[in-house]
Design a protein around this ligand. Sequence first.
Ligand code: R5P
Length: 281
Amino acid sequence: MHVVPGSSSRALAGKLATALGCDVAKAESKVFPDSERYVRVLDGVEEAVLVQNAHPDGNLVEILLWADALREAGATWVAAVVPYLGYARQDKVFEAGEALSIRPVAKALQRGLDAFVTVDVHNPAILPFFDIPAESVSGAPAIARHVKGRVDAVLSPDEGGKERAEEVAELLGVPWDFLEKSRLDARRVVVQPKSLAVEGKAVVIMDDIISTGGTIVAATESLRKNGASRVVAACTHGLFAEGALEKLKVCDEVVATDTVENPVAVTSVAREVAEAITGLR
Ligand code: R5P
């Protein structure tokens, strides 16, 4: 088996190969001046585990090219690890006339693949859109490993993420809670005032995605009002759009897993992804 490093995920590909006890394939990927992608695998591969994000859009196209290149090179089994699956937040038709975006994305991505693994997909109910074995592994253990012994409580910024917060809390052996969040638009959220027993406590806010940072900033304000002594912002996927890391200076610390390469990707999901690949093979 070889791990094939896509352009978005070379660091995670290396760690995954170590966890699986296999080699990283020699591979080339580049972007043409007009922004089209090019990929080439230089090693012979029989079983291939491609690691490449489906965000932003150019990366998604790169997955299609890799599946084709690997089959051309003779691979008999191709799994894709897509650490961050873009478009997964549009997981239903919220308003008439919209696309259910993740459905066509899933249908397109699976072409040429035998198995699909992602991390903390926004809503696991979308996995049946794949007609091949598809699994979402949790980013919670990686975050828990990083903050263990340093926080007293875990908070989800919204009800939708409460199971993730609960999972981190159980791994840490600390209590957890969640806020009621309403989204005003793509950048602004409000959280309902809630009395939280966090006075003098170090709290980690656990979210699946940090994009603009609006959610975490609102949750941090609420925690500060309730007397939290330290606020750690943690997420599986650190997209950090529109200068979010600057806004997140309201937190004492910001941490993310390595599903997306960024300056605060300090903890790896390689172990959990390797277990999923081993189970699917
Ligand atoms: C939303 O349901 C997600 O779980 C995240 O809370 C959201 O995507 C974060 O976005 P932002 O950082 O832009 O507030």
